[in-house]
Design a protein around this ligand. Structure first.
Ligand code: ADP
Ligand code: GN1
Ligand code: MG
Length: 376
């Protein structure tokens, strides 16, 4: 019965039906849940084929991405752009770097909608690589930084008009704050000590929420193509060399501030207990990992960062940790409508983790600013 509990026996047939639509070039011989993403349902499909033994099958979350066809167009644009660039100019480092390919469904479309209305897509599997939910060691941290810098370089010449905005308002912190205020007004303040702590935490940082959008509006920071979601488990590491080989999860690639990406990468990687830490009181930000990641990132990105960009790096990591806590807390108040949640309080605990992380970042402000200054 354990098998039924994990995916559901009825669902297994359903999954095989979806997998069969993507012409895997061989019989599907296995399907299992894969990865720890918070948005889509992701499966690894095994195929009896000599060419490609695996592919990734996803049931897209169309509540979050309510125009999934536009997302698929973007993902194709990005992956094809990077593949063409690499064909003409391979990375000077000579390292392995791969982009997943969008796999066509049998009618040559890039998705299949099942009779129940679920939206399915498939992509090639990056073989002999895996991702981790927390950073393992300084070598891993450096590779994540290198991966983000490499990816920013590879998409730097994508034009804004080539990319649709698949998630309007993504990483616009003042917008999340407005939405939170509406939800709080509608649902009423939570009564638990943890809920009250979160409300106080957000209130104390209202003015800060505008820091990056304000700098953008003043013309100090500029839009560039970004990933949007470069957290540690979206970076794939080659199992033989321990080098980063890919960043997946390309649904949110669009013009934005590189600060959103750098902040997201740091808040994710410099939290050794991880986003899912049960012991949220013990969460802390690890400055040595931060230095190592920035060092890896800057090994390719220093060429395009401007003076003002450095001025806002400290604010970026503080803000994106705060913003994610605010997003989790709002989702808890709303009844877990956005992030997948294992139990009713899951997004509350996730919010507490991010708020503790934000406090830890704030307590290190002076040393982090000095570190960023030294890296210039
Ligand atoms: P979500 O948006 O739910 O996070 P992702 O697209 O990130 O979904 O997929 C979930 C996880 O599956 C990723 O974090 C990664 O570990 C793994 N994954 C996704 N696509 C691939 C791929 N093409 N090759 C290898 N692993 C992948
Ligand atoms: C989601 O899809 P996934 O799990 O890689 C979210 C990110 C959050 C992250 C927190 C589209 O990322 O913004 O930082 O959860 N993605 C979207 O774990 O909202
Ligand atoms: Mg992901």
């Amino acid at each position: 019965m354990a098998e039924e509990a994990s995916t559901g026996r009825k669902d297994l047939g359903h999954l095989a039906g979806a997998a069969d639509r993507f012409k895997p070039g061989g019989k599907v011989v296995g399907i299992r849940e894969y990865g720890n993403g918070n948005i889509h349902d992701t499966f690894l499909v095994t195929v009896a084929s000599e060419a490609e033994e695996h592919f990734i099958l996803q049931r897209m979350n169309t509540v979050v991405f309510w125009q999934p066809e536009r997302v698929m167009r973007n993902v194709r644009t990005v992956t094809e752009h990077v593949r063409e660039r690499l064909e003409h100019a391979p990375l000077s480092s000579g390292r392995r770097w791969e982009m997943p390919r969008v796999l066509p469904a049998e009618d040559a479309r890039d998705h299949w909608i099942d009779p129940g209305g679920s939206f399915w897509r498939a992509s090639s599997f990056i073989e002999a690589a895996r991702s981790f939910d927390t950073v393992l060691d300084p070598g891993h941290a450096r590779e994540v930084g290198i991966a983000l810098g490499t990816f920013h370089g590879l998409i730097s010449d994508l034009k804004a008009e080539e990319l649709a905005d698949t998630l309007p308002g993504f990483h616009i912190t003042p917008g999340y704050l407005r939405h939170y205020d509406e939800v709080l007004a509608g649902k009423g303040a939570p009564r638990s000590p943890e809920g009250e702590y979160c409300v106080r935490f957000v209130n104390a940082r209202r003015g800060f929420a505008h820091v990056l959008e304000g700098a953008k509006a003043r013309g100090l920071l500029h839009l560039r193509p970004i990933h949007g979601d470069p957290k540690v488990n979206n970076v794939l590491i080659d199992m033989a060399t321990n080098q980063a080989v890919s960043i997946v999860d390309l649904d949110t690639v669009k013009p934005g501030l590189v600060h959103y990406d750098i902040g997201d990468c740091l808040r994710s990687c410099c939290n050794p207990l991880g986003e899912e830490a049960g012991q949220w009181e013990a969460v802390r930000f690890e400055p040595d990992l931060c230095r190592t990641i920035l060092d890896g990132y800057l090994s390719s990105a220093a060429a395009f960062l401007k003076e003002y960009d450095y001025d806002y790096l400290y604010d970026a990591v503080r803000l994106i940790a705060f913003e994610l806590g605010l997003r989790f807390f709002t989702d808890y108040l709303e009844g877990n409508v956005y992030f997948k949640a294992g139990h009713a309080e899951h997004n509350l605990v996730r919010a507490l983790v991010q708020f503790k992380l934000t406090e830890s970042i704030e307590s290190r402000e002076e040393s982090l600013r000095t570190m960023i200054q030294d890296l210039r």
